[in-house]
Ligand binder design. Sequence first.
Ligand code: PEP
Ligand code: MG
Length: 324
Amino acid sequence: TVDEQAKRIQPQTLTADAVPIRLLANINLLTDLALAAKLKCNGVGLYRTEFPFIVRTTFPSEAEQFVIYSKVVDSMQGKPVTFRTLDAGGDKILSYYHDIQEQNPAMGMRSIRFSLQNRAIFSEQIRAILRAGVDADLRIMFPMISSVDEFCRAREVVLESLDTLARQGVAHNDRPKLGMMVELPSVVELIDDLAREAEFFSIGTNDFIQFMLGVDRTNDSVADFYLPHHPSVLRALNKIVRAANQSGREVSVCGDMAHEQQYIPFLLGIGVRTLSVDPAYLLRTQQTIAGTSVPKAEATAQAMLARNRTDEIVAILSAQPAVD
Ligand code: PEP
Ligand code: MG
């Protein structure tokens, strides 16, 4: 039960050799907040803002968004809160907007593309986030960034909103950290360039694997091809995390891979020090981390990165001691 989990979870997450790991929560609905707060997570690593948009029949107003976002900020009591801007489209359909059928919605007018094409909606959301985050450790990240241009365009909208709020004398957070999701393979080749622009990265492995391997994450008939341990995925993750760490940019993993026990040693082994997971997985993830030492994780990761055959990588994964 939740109370049992709350009793067992530690305020600080440490590896077996006492390396501190930041353990953050993914928040979808406001009801997830109570659990996250109770389980002493180190903040919100991913607040999926599309949920208040999905459950309504029209776009929520800035005022309505402000109320919801303030609840997220308040519940974290000064811990970092990462707002992901609207990730509409793909598998997150807005019934009142998505009347045009797209043949490939996952690759359609969605996410940051949608926001940049609908500037008024995007600006309203940014204003609501900046206002709600007035006293918070506020981070804003953009989903599905594909290029440096796109990141800069999105940042421009935030800078404009900051300007307007300041001119209007509206209370707001004037120093949000601006980061991006790593979800598209196009970002891998640009990661050093993006590290000069973005203040942090969060790797969305759900979409990253989908697009890296060309496998629909929602299609059960191809689920066997959806491989987090595909050698290209592993090597790309290694490249991203290295680049981020070398540039001193925080990099977290917020996709499902972050809570899958068998992959946690690999993630720690390539240098990930921040994981963001659904609240239900906080305790289990902390326990998995506590059972993993960094030198061992590094050896496991290096062994996995050296292989190009999936069955050999699976053998390494299966040889890991089971943690419970
Ligand atoms: C991801 O793609 O891994 C991610 C965290 O975002 P979402 O699951 O909301 O697409
Ligand atoms: Mg995603």
